[in-house]
Design a protein around this ligand. Structure first.
Ligand SMILES: Nc1ncnc2c1ncn2[C@@H]1O[C@H](COP(=O)(O)OP(=O)(O)OP(=O)(O)O)[C@@H](O)[C@H]1O
Ligand SMILES: [Mg+2]
Length: 601
């Protein structure tokens, strides 16, 4: 299904999941101290565990000697109890010490992913699916935490325990035990590895489907209004459910194969244990072993196979976790299309001259959007761009912000190519009222002060006044605390635009971009704002994009952009006399205005 590939990333193909471990080790390494303390507690706990059956053997053997029947082996019994207690104590200490490592790493990693996401270019974010990414992130950090646990607490110690027990068991008893033990272990390991690896693709598939389903659900909910306008609830739910159905199939397959794996592992161990007990009983019957020996062999054997079985389970869970991490690492490996050059300096603005020099640009190679665009906005002047929809006007502002790199030519500010300065300093100096204002689902106050978090309350109010929205906000029941809803949808289009204007006024940048900044306003409000914007824009280099020509007639330079090319350039008067596209557009808009006036009389 094409939908799915569209919704999520493919896993790392040319790499085995195990290589993801390499990326987790450094996180552990950062906490060497804590990890080693936790490990010491773990070893102590293990020693206590292994000592228990040894003491038990002594007790059993003592009880068997007739002379001592009437005397209780008090010390041994106490020792037995203390050892059990120590085991618990050390295990808990270990967990307490390790908790910090675990949770701090989860935090570090989540922050790293988020900051990486912010460093990626707009291109990536226009294509991403929020719901899918949040799922990958959540699954990934959880998995990292469990892998660290596995590594430190399970794999290494269980292996150690395994070796220790094997040593005890094999040292003291006959070769049959050695043989049975080794064979069982080998068969067990071989079986586990091969079946687990075979199962991994199911896990990857499950994860992809899970992210897809989530991405669809979130996308649908974000567009709630549209879904309802077209009565498409069922369509959305079905799409979601179809993906979930595939997920269900994969999950059932995963569970079934896991049961088979467990069954296989259990059978191998059952056979091994039975053979060992068989030899041990034989030993007692033949008088070569004491009953205590029999008990010890049984206990050690269980202690040998329990960790072995555990290793099998751990290996499986670990492979699951590694699969879960994969999509997160795919994300972390994404490179940003726009990056600072190695020795990028901060942008220095003295006058604020903006130049586009022979700029070619395309979003996709097959379709060129801007063709050889050259213009200059002199310091402190106002340049307006007009032209039909899709001509590439908003693209100019995206290039000025360096959301994309130009294909040819360059964009400069006071002679510095924006490709050579830091993105941060560039974006500090430029402010925009975008064509579609989207707000955070927070209070109006938050949305305005977002431009400059250290601004004072009075500055925020002043900005709102200049944007002609202060009075409106004040008469809302919650005034500045009014929460604006998802993407600001609880405000009208014109209100949102004015919040955006207030925001840019507060930012107070050297260079201003207004992309249809007043298009949603009625003529009256527009006039009020235009005059305050004129104040704000004084002494600032300004790029204005507009459809309503009356709003830009006073611009110092007007560009007519059509299909990515500059067709005309000049002042309002010059362009009218030239009788080109601009004067045609002007006449049409004038007629519209007049007929409107006539009809309203
Ligand atoms: N991220 C993108 N990927 C591919 N094509 C894009 C992307 N963004 C815009 N375009 C295309 O680039 C062209 C120019 O877009 P732009 O937004 O600059 O138009 P505009 O002149 O601002 O139009 P309008 O007046 O309607 O706002 C459009 O045809 C649009 O489809
Ligand atoms: Mg536009």
């Amino acid at each position: 299904m094409s939908i799915r590939t569209h919704y999520t990333d493919a896993p790392h193909k040319d790499r085995h999941d195990l290589s993801n471990i390499k990326r987790i080790v450094p996180f552990l390494w950062a906490y060497k101290g804590r990890v080693s303390i936790a490990l010491s507690f773990l070893i102590l706990a293990k020693i206590a565990t292994v000592a228990v059956p040894l003491v038990l053997k002594e007790i059993v053997d003592l009880m068997n000697k007739e002379t001592l029947v009437l005397m209780m082996p008090i010390t041994l019994l106490l020792g037995y109890g203390v050892l059990r207690l120590l085991n618990v104590l050390f295990s808990e200490l270990r967990d307490t010490i390790f908790a910090r490592v675990r949770y701090q790493t989860m935090r570090d990693l989540s922050r790293k992913v988020l900051s990486h996401l912010y460093s990626l270019s707009l291109q990536f974010h226009l294509e991403r699916r929020t719901g899918g990414i949040s799922r990958d992130l959540e699954r990934g950090t959880r998995a990292v935490s469990s892998i660290m646990n596995f590594l430190v607490f399970n794999i290494i110690p269980t292996l150690a325990e395994f070796v220790l027990v094997a040593f005890l068991l094999l040292g003291d008893y006959s070769v049959e035990f050695t043989f049975v033990t080794f064979t069982t272990v080998l068969v067990y390991v071989g079986f586990t590895l091969s079946v687990t690896n075979w199962r991994m693709h199911v896990r990857h598939q499950m994860n992809r489907l899970d992210s897809s389903a989530n991405a669809m659900a979130v996308d649908g909910l974000i567009n709630y209004e549209t879904v309802k306008y077209f009565n498409n609830d069922h369509y959305e739910i079905n799409r979601y459910d179809n993906t979930l159905y595939e997920w269900e199939e994969a999950a059932v397959k995963s569970q079934t194969s896991m049961s088979l794996l467990n069954l296989g592992q259990g059978s191998i161990i059952a056979v091994g244990v039975t053979m060992m007990m068989f030899y041990a009983t034989q030993g007692v019957v033949d008088g070569e072993m004491s009953i205590g020996d029999l008990v010890l062999v049984n206990a050690l054997m269980l202690q040998l196979f329990i960790p072995l079985n555990f290793l099998g389970i751990i290996y499986r869970s670990m492979m699951h976790s590694l699969a879960d991490i994969d999509l997160m690492f795919v994300l972390l490996d994404k490179k940003s299309a726009v990056t600072d050059t190695e020795n990028a300096q901060d942008l220095q603005i003295s006058q604020g001259v903006v130049r586009f020099e022979n700029v070619d640009f395309s979003y996709q190679p097959e379709r060129q959007i801007l063709k050889n665009v050259t213009f200059e906005i002199p310091a402190g002047k106002k340049l307006a761009v007009v032209g039909p929809s899709g001509a590439g006007k908003s693209t100019l502002s995206r290039l000025l912000f360096r959301f994309y790199d130009v294909d040819n030519g360059r964009v400069t500010i006071d002679g510095q190519s924006i490709n050579n300065v830091t993105q941060k300093s560039l974006r500090n100096m430029v402010g925009i009222v975008p064509q579609d204002t989207v707000l955070f689902n927070e209070s109006i106050y938050h949305n305005i002060i977002y431009a400059r978090p250290d601004a004072t309350k009075e500055e925020v109010y002043q900005a709102a006044r200049l944007a002609n929205i202060h009075d409106f906000i004040q008469q809302l029941p919650d005034a500045y605390d009014t929460v604006v809803g998802e993407r600001g949808l609880k405000l009208s289009g014109g209100e949102k635009q004015r919040v955006a204007i207030a925001r840019v006024i507060l930012k107070n940048p050297k260079i201003l971009v207004f992309d249809e900044a007043t298009s949603s306003l009625d003529s009256h409000s527009e006039q009020i704002i235009l005059s305050s914007l004129a104040d704000v824009a004084q002494q600032r280099t300004t790029l204005v994009i507009a459809h309503r020509l009356s709003t830009i007639a006073d611009a110092d330079i007007i560009l007519v952009l059509d299909q990515g090319q500059i067709k005309e350039q000049g002042t309002h008067q010059e362009l009218l006399t030239a009788k080109g596209l601009y004067s045609r557009l002007w006449r049409i808009q004038l007629q519209e205005k007049n007929s409107k006036n006539d009809s309203s009389k």
